[in-house]
Design a protein. Structure first.
Length: 126
């Protein structure tokens, strides 16, 4: 019979490196807040914000999911520019996700310019 020494719960020693996020691997010095989880596991405030955005987007895309109390406070990430925006400032594009209004306008303008460039010049136009 072999006996193995049990691992002790995570404890910081003076020679240990600074704790880091288990998701993005950023150290405690590079994030605003590092939240301790199970022994040896941490999550930073930035990763928590990303997770909240994913959960919020799932709530919007799933019609059977109960709606949050205050939609103004609900923020999601634009699928194009990846900026956090209020849900009220997005457009749902099927099979593409949520896109913020500035990105929608930029795409619309790009299509307009492409269309104008592909049309032959009108007779008599200078």
């Amino acid at each position: 019979m072999v006996f193995r020494k049990r691992k002790r719960p995570f404890s910081r020693r003076a020679d240990d490196p600074a704790p880091h996020c288990s998701f993005c691997n950023k150290s405690q010095q590079h994030v605003a807040k590092l939240i301790a989880g199970p022994p040896g596991n941490f999550i930073c405030n930035e990763c928590v914000e990303i997770c909240n955005g994913i959960v919020a987007e799932d709530r919007i895309l799933d019609p059977g999911h109960p709606r949050p109390q205050s939609p103004e406070s609900l923020r999601v990430y634009c699928s194009v520019c990846l900026v956090s925006v209020p849900v009220s400032g997005t457009v749902l594009v099927p099979e593409r996700g949520l896109i913020c209004v500035p990105c929608c306008k930029a795409v619309s303008e790009a299509f307009r310019l492409r269309e104008a460039a592909s049309q032959p010049p009108r007779p008599g136009a200078v």
